[in-house]
Design a protein around this ligand. Structure first.
Ligand code: HEM
Length: 391
């Protein structure tokens, strides 16, 4: 379903929630799946123990174009417990709030360098494409930092990531970039296992070796997952977040710039409001289950719409209003249950630092084009292809 207003979820969600909160929908591949639109139902089924997240299950709602890529070894997203729990426990310590706090100065340096370049480019008087200069490089360089990609290899790493994620790439280009990144990450894992360093990947290689669980293919897949799950998501939140803040509420934006302590709450509200990851929160039920009066049978797939849940007026009154001071607790922009986003602390830090730095260092920032004419991308992760700004 396409979004009507650029920021709000598809209007059909509100109609379905009111009339038929558990309804059957037809997917692009011709198969059907159940669509859940109530916050309570979404949370109940995402934490239901008799479900599978395996993308290899024939009933898994294949809304993700490259669903096969997500079925590979090391992809936590596609694993079930006890295997999922065991691997998730191995990596959780690397993404805690404390670990991310230590990374903040480095994230600040990365963002500052991007904003330096934006200011330089803007000095020519021409508009700057924020997607290219800020949204994509920030998460890409932060992931390089996490994985411990050597400095001289970052150019090739970034280039392949860009091709993999760009809408302009052909299927063959994307396949090539995916293969190149896998080879690259495989070599990187070998390097970290042989000469471990003080990076996430270095520490994990040692941890897996010490536990007698070291598996080269698994760690390579996990590194690939971090890249795929952490890059496009954060990039699109930066682009859309900047757009929404500039467009929706200039007065609130001014108070945000004046008082950075408001930023963490504002980021949560932007995550809820924009809900850029909507339907990857899909599963297959493994036993008959009643939800809001409808029985979903074993081996049927469902999409627990995060955008619909985050706009359920029972939980978030006037959900279509961006209210930077609202209580957002219970939003599921990072998913819910055992697969809830592993990188959420990191994503929050990246967003807070990026918005704070951009709006304070580039006062008078404004969009070149009206919001209804921007090139939105309606793919697995909602976002923007480009975003021209000036000041
Ligand atoms: C604003 C940015 C982000 C958003 C909106 C987001 C959203 C999500 C959502 C909704 C899920 C759950 C998917 C499901 O239930 O099937 C998820 C899982 C995941 N995310 Fe994020 N994510 C973001 C950033 C990141 C970052 C920066 C990283 C790491 C570098 C990351 C790593 C992961 C991983 C590894 C999982 C799978 C967890 C598991 O299956 O146990 N994400 N994310």
């Amino acid at each position: 379903m396409a979004r009507g207003c650029p920021f709000a979820p598809p209007p059909e969600y509100a109609e379905l929630r009111a009339e038929q909160p558990v309804s059957q929908v037809r997917l692009q591949n011709g198969r059907t799946a159940w669509l859940l639109t109530r916050h309570e139902d979404v949370r109940a089924l995402l934490s239901h123990p008799a479900t599978t997240a395996s993308r290899a299950h024939p009933a898994f709602p294949a809304t993700v174009a490259n669903v096969q890529a997500f079925a590979q070894k090391g992809f936590l997203l596609s694993m079930d417990s006890p295997e999922h729990l065991m691997h998730r426990r191995m990596v959780t310590g690397e993404f805690t709030a404390g670990r991310v706090r230590k990374l903040r100065p480095r994230i600040q340096e990365i963002v500052d360098a991007c904003v330096d370049r934006i200011l330089e480019a803007g000095a020519t008087g021409r508009p700057v494409n924020l997607v290219e200069e800020l949204s994509l490089p920030v998460p890409s360089l932060v992931i390089c930092e996490i994985l411990g990609v050597p400095y001289d290899a970052r150019g090739i790493f970034q280039k392949n990531t860009e091709v993999l994620l760009s809408q302009a790439s052909t299927a063959a280009d994307r396949e090539g970039a995916f293969g190149a990144l896998r080879v690259f990450l495989g070599e990187l894992v070998t390097l970290k296992a042989e000469t471990p360093d003080d990076t996430v990947l270095g520490r994990l290689a040692v941890k897996y070796q010490d536990a007698g669980l070291y598996d080269h293919e698994h760690l390579t897949g996990f590194a690939m997952l971090l890249l795929l799950a952490g890059h496009e998501t954060t990039a699109n939140m930066i682009s859309l977040g900047v757009t929404a803040l500039l467009h929706e509420n200039p007065t609130e934006l001014a108070s945000l710039v004046a008082d950075p302590s408001l930023m963490p709450g504002a980021v949560e509200e932007l995550l809820r409001y924009l809900s850029i990851v909507d339907y990857p929160t899909s599963r297959v039920l493994l036993e008959d289950t009643e939800v809001s009066g409808t029985v979903i049978r074993a081996d049927e797939g469902f999409i627990a719409s995060a955008a619909a849940a985050n706009h359920d007026p029972e939980v978030f009154p006037e959900p279509g209003r961006l209210d930077l001071r609202r209580n957002t607790s219970g939003h599921i922009a990072f998913g819910f249950g055992v697969h809830a986003c592993l990188g959420q602390n990191l994503a929050r830090a990246e967003l807070e630092i990026t918005f704070n730095t951009l709006f304070s260092r580039v006062p008078g920032l404004r969009l070149v084009d009206p919001v209804d004419q921007l090139p939105y991308k309606q793919s697995t992760v909602y976002g923007l292809h480009t975003l021209e700004v000036t000041w």
